[in-house]
Design a binder for this molecule. Structure first.
Ligand code: UN1
Length: 497
């Protein structure tokens, strides 16, 4: 067998080995015999070198006119489009999700890059009249400096692009630490940045574990913004570490997203939605549908239809175009999923479909588990409350619309929710009263587009949003500018009263 490729860190425009001299293997979760490559196990020295490069590059990158930065982003997006198939296949091999979905992930990075390229010619501020004579008022966006990104494995290219592209267009520089399980997709993204003319030091990458390099990266005094996507437990630590020095922190964390099915819903559509929302990406999306609540009159029917469809889902290696669900990302995640299945049973939920690890043949080489549905879930059960991050759906029943809204909001999280109904009044009432950052009508809880704000309420986030122009607020600060051309001292609030 040929030796696996060794991938290096990217610091100051150079691909360099870690000063630790240590590496780790990146394996395919659908076939652990396959090594995708060997990656650097970085240490604090690598982090310091990357931040120093980013701090130095910031001095000139902040002065490059935004439309010119945008031109580079256009070229990056075009190159990603050319390489979409290759990078999507790499992503399926390193992350496990099916090829149809990794094409979507790469496309999401392309969309975000084109979108932010366009912002290069906007980055709108405000001009507004002054209350004084011969005085001009405006507000402009200014960059902050070095941004540190800690990105997850479930959207290996899309989520890094959500953070990188708005940061770059605003004039910041970057150090990114990709998830240990999915560094190749970030290497691919950075290769394109390098080829298309992002200057050395503007984008840097250090690979390795969060425990080794996460903390020093976040705490580095030159880092001004931290953007993190991952669990609420880790996000809380990031937030606390940033608070000491008033660093800006943008956090995207857990979810326990709900789909509501009313008695008047198109049931075929609702089942299509639940199946895709719960088992797409093997349930490993922050936006995954993990709670399905159905009106009592359609509960039995929906469950029956859904269980049949779930049983027939084809699970396997995502490079096979006919496969509908891939593996869990790694052994630890598989163990978490299996342990939640046991917890749900113990708490008294009724197993309606799945519930087992898939074994035999090629399954033994990967982390495969059946799409799993629990029925008769009640609000006191852990499967109702806790994020699983796997293909496990909790189904519960309600009597009234008011009860459905109460149940939808019965979670510490607030990322995404959806309602299936033909009744426009109920749809709008739910849209108003379900307290989440994203809401869908007659569509599943997954499927956000790049030009709308992405993020959640309560323990899902800390008030920031990714994507859309909302992302610009994370990566720029307002500067209000007053230009007095009267030639005399004019005191607002005093001289004009
Ligand atoms: C995530 O859920 O982790 O909205 C990100 C979606 C995708 C992004 C999801 N566009 O489902």
């Amino acid at each position: 067998m040929s030796k696996p490729t060794v991938y290096k860190n990217f610091i100051n425009g150079q691909w360099v080995e870690s000063s630790s001299g240590e590496t780790y293997e990146n394996r395919n979760p659908a076939n652990t015999d396959e090594v995708l490559g060997v990656f650097q196990k970085s240490n604090v020295d690598d982090v310091n070198a990357a931040v120093a490069a980013a701090a130095e590059a910031y001095k000139s990158w902040r002065l490059v006119p935004a439309p010119k930065r945008g031109e580079i982003l256009y070229r990056i997006a075009s190159k990603l489009l050319e390489r979409k198939e290759e990078y999507s296949a790499d992503m399926t091999r390193e992350m496990g999700k099916i090829i149809h979905e990794t094409r979507g992930d790469t496309q999401e990075a392309i969309d975000m890059t084109f979108y932010m390229a366009g912002e290069g010619r906007r980055l709108f501020g405000m001009t507004t009249p002054s209350e004084m004579v011969a005085k001009f008022n405006m507000s402009i966006r200014q960059p902050l400096g070095v941004c540190a990104f800690i990105t997850p494995w479930n959207f290996p290219m899309a989520i890094p692009s959500w953070k990188m592209m708005p940061a770059l267009i605003c004039g910041n520089t970057i150090v990114i630490k990709p998830a240990t399980d999915t560094p190749l997709s970030v290497v691919n993204l950075l290769k394109v940045c390098e080829e298309e003319g992002i200057p050395p030091g503007v984008v840097n990458m250090v690979t390795g574990s969060g425990s080794a390099i996460g903390q020093p990266l976040i705490e580095h005094p030159e880092v001004k913004v931290v953007s993190f996507t991952g669990s609420t437990a880790v996000g809380r630590k990031v937030s606390q570490a940033c608070a000491t020095n008033f660093k800006h922190a943008s956090l995207e964390m857990g979810g326990k997203n709900v789909q509501i099915v009313m008695d008047d819903a198109n049931l075929e559509l609702a089942v299509d939605g639940a199946l895709w929302g719960a088992f797409g990406t093997t349930g490993q999306r922050c936006t995954a549908t993990s709670r399905l609540i159905c009106h009592k009159d359609v509960y039995g029917k929906v469950l029956e239809m859904l269980a049949k469809r779930a049983e027939n889902l084809k699970v396997g290696n995502g490079l096979d175009e006919s496969v509908q669900m891939g593996p869990a990302i790694n052994q630890q995640q598989l163990d978490t999923v299996l342990s939640y299945i046991e917890i749900a049973k113990k708490d008294g939920a009724r197993l309606a479909s799945g519930g087992k690890r898939l074994t035999g043949g090629d399954y033994d080489k990967g982390f495969f588990v059946q799409p799993t549905i629990f029925a008769d879930v009640t609000q006191d059960m852990r499967i109702w409350k806790e994020e699983v991050f796997g293909p496990v759906l909790a189904v519960a029943k309600f009597d009234t619309f008011e009860q459905a809204i109460e149940m939808a909001n019965d979670t510490v999280y607030g990322l995404s929710a959806s309602i299936f109904t033909q009744d426009v009044n109920r749809a709008y009432t739910a849209m108003r009263d379900v307290y989440t950052g994203i809401f869908y009508v007659n569509a599943p809880t997954i499927g956000a587009e790049t030009h709308l704000p992405f993020g959640g309420t309560k323990e899902t986030g800390n008030g920031h949003r990714e994507a859309s122009t909302a992302a610009l607020d994370v990566f720029s600060e307002w500067k209000s500018v007053y230009v007095d051309f009267s030639g005399s001292l004019q005191r607002p609030q005093i001289d004009n009263q």
